[in-house]
Design a protein around this ligand. Structure first.
Ligand code: ATP
Length: 354
């Protein structure tokens, strides 16, 4: 296992006109499970391919435990990879597919068998170990690929690019927890690419959020949820994402549409945007101080909770309330933005809190 360091690593596919990955310095620490999370086209696969050696970055250096591997191809990096769709030796049995990476590296026969059986048991592959891979459905084939990626304990990192795409949704939950179990057991460095926040948050020790080719924030799931450092993180994580409202800071007071909603601390005066998650907006019938008068425009009854849609002036805000809280469209309400959960943003970057 190795610390994998990207030093000023960037990649442009068009001679420097646009960046698929903007020059980035970042270290993936040995033994941690990372999710690389971002929307389609943000540069996740490009980053992963730079780590694996499938792609040489146009800028910067890649270091494995201090060793410069920038020009070293994948085969020289001791990396395991799992792709979006199953890639297997179809005529081989599941057992032989799992054993292949170990045999290839001349692991002793006894160790090969022990390790194959451990991984097979954890991933529920025991009943199909003797079966030819091509006889399995694509979901099962992909589980074999996961097993093959995880079977070698000594790899520098296991890179997984949207590995559960072809797996049945119900099975995804089980597999993610299995992956965590295997990770606890082997201590692999895992880098798991996904555009699905649930997948990232349930799987990773640390989630690295990427937007437009740049890492915008990295942290534990709770940190990203409770303390977004960038508007994008607020939008992208959460369902629905963070509310963002244009506001004005003057005389130390933050106003939305003329109504004071809190204090702006020592920040320079001028326009700001306030961000608050639906989970933290409190809705009340009577003025709360400080708070904003609002009008309810709709209510989504989600079963376990309600989502109250409202407007403050012209600005939409969603609040999550307990189920059956009784708000109705057209009603007047008062929204309270708690100071410790409401952040101020300028140029999309957090600059303070209420
Ligand atoms: P997805 O989840 O859709 O795979 P991604 O986050 O993995 O997206 P990348 O595939 O890394 O994103 O792509 C980042 C940017 O680089 C995109 O704008 C994409 O169009 C561009 N790109 C990717 N591969 C190439 C290529 N071979 N040639 C030119 N542009 C490319």
């Amino acid at each position: 296992m190795a610390d994998i360091r990207l030093e000023g690593v960037g990649h442009s596919y068009d001679g420097g006109r646009t960046w698929a990955v903007r020059p980035t310095t970042w270290t993936w620490r040995s033994g941690r499970a990372y999710a690389l999370l971002g929307p389609s086209g943000c540069g996740k696969t490009t980053l992963l391919n730079i780590i694996s050696g499938l792609l040489t970055p146009t800028e910067g250096r890649v270091l494995f435990d201090g060793r410069d591997v920038t020009g070293v191809p994948t085969a020289g990096r001791n990396i395991a990879q799992v792709f979006q769709f199953p890639v297997l030796y179809e005529e081989m049995s599941v057992y032989d597919n799992l054993a292949f990476p170990l045999r290839n590296r001349r692991h002793p026969k006894k160790d090969v068998d022990r390790r194959v059986r451990e991984v097979s048991r954890l991933l529920g592959l025991d009943p199909v170990l003797g079966r030819r891979s091509r006889r399995l459905d694509p979901g099962r084939q992909q589980i074999v690929c996961l097993g093959r990626g995880l079977v070698r304990p000594e790899v520098a990192a296991v890179l997984l690019d949207e590995p559960l795409t072809v797996v049945d949704p119900a099975l995804k939950w089980t597999l993610r927890s299995k992956l965590k179990e295997i990770h606890r057991d082997t201590g692999h460095t895992l880098i798991y690419v996904t555009h699905d926040q649930t997948e990232a948050l349930t799987f990773a020790d640390e989630v690295v959020v990427v937007n437009e080719g740049a890492i915008v924030q990295a942290g534990e799931p709770a940190e990203l949820f409770l303390s977004p450092a960038h508007e994008f993180v607020g939008h992208f994580i959460g369902s629905p994402g963070m509310n963002v409202l244009p506001a004005e800071l003057a005389g130390g007071v933050v106003r939305v549409g003329g109504t004071a909603v809190g204090a702006g601390g020592e920040l320079p005066e001028g326009p700001v945007r306030i961000g608050v998650r639906p989970e933290f907006v409190a809705v009340g019938g009577a003025p709360a101080s400080p708070g904003a008068p609002a009008r309810v425009t709709g209510v989504d009854r989600m079963g376990a909770y309600d989502l109250v849609h409202a407007v403050v002036g012209d600005h939409p805000v969603i609040a999550r309330t307990e189920a059956g809280a009784g708000y109705a469209p057209g009603e007047a309400a008062f929204l309270h933005f708690p100071a410790d959960r409401t952040f101020l943003f300028r140029d999309q970057v957090r600059c303070g809190s209420l």
